[in-house]
Write a protein that binds this ligand. Structure first.
Ligand code: CO
Length: 202
């Protein structure tokens, strides 16, 4: 017997609903996945990738970590990128942050949180670099929110600098990288006006 019966029960209802709306859905999906989008987002439970953009299983390839970071030496993220771009041939990579991100807050307030501080260091670096510009903001919340935006821009740029994306552009594969931010207080996404479609954009 499952120790989390309510989740298994939810799953049965969910699968039945999808199958009712589109008979054969899972059978078709089992044969292949052909998503057009790769989502790189925060692990935060309030930012569920598929639901936010109204996409079904099979339509969005997803990588999530604390703070939606794209670190040049992170084999996990790089492997996802490579598989998505070279095998699945996604055409769009969306880096999506969110306001009020706990990772960004921790990077700003500097209180020790143990091992995760090493990961958040990448965000602390952005904060250190931007600290002077952030001084004009009137509240600690607006500093965090602005840093959430700056972090998205930085991570979208990092995507473009990976060998995977550089190689794709070299062989003229269509690939666009976007920077978006999600507001957990109203459920709305905002395009930060970041879009890289070729080396000339970077
Ligand atoms: Co977050």
């Amino acid at each position: 017997m499952s120790s989390l019966p309510h989740l298994i029960e939810n799953n049965r209802k969910w699968a039945a609903r999808i199958e009712r709306e589109d008979p054969g859905f899972f059978r078709k999906l089992a044969a292949q996945q052909k998503p057009e989008y790769l989502w790189i987002g925060c692990a935060d439970s309030r930012v569920p990738a598929n639901e936010i953009v109204g996409l079904l299983p099979g339509e969005l390839f997803v990588h999530r970590n604390v703070g939606n970071l794209v670190v040049h030496s992170d084999m996990n993220c790089l492997s996802v990128l490579q598989f998505a771009i070279e095998v699945l041939k996604v055409r769009h990579v969306i880096v999506c942050g969110h306001y009020g991100c706990g990772g960004v807050k921790a990077a700003v307030d500097g209180t020790p949180n143990g091992m995760i501080d090493n990961w958040l260091r990448h965000m602390t670096d952005i904060y250190r670099r931007e600290r002077e510009n952030l001084k004009s903001l009137d509240s600690p919340e607006s500093v965090v929110d602005r840093l959430c935006e700056l972090n998205v821009v930085e991570q979208a740029y990092n995507v473009t600098q990976t060998s995977v994306v550089q190689d794709a552009w070299r062989r003229a594969q269509e690939l666009n990288v976007y920077g978006w931010i999600y507001d957990i207080s109203d459920g709305l996404l905002q395009d930060l006006g970041v879009r890289f479609s070729s080396p000339a954009d970077t």
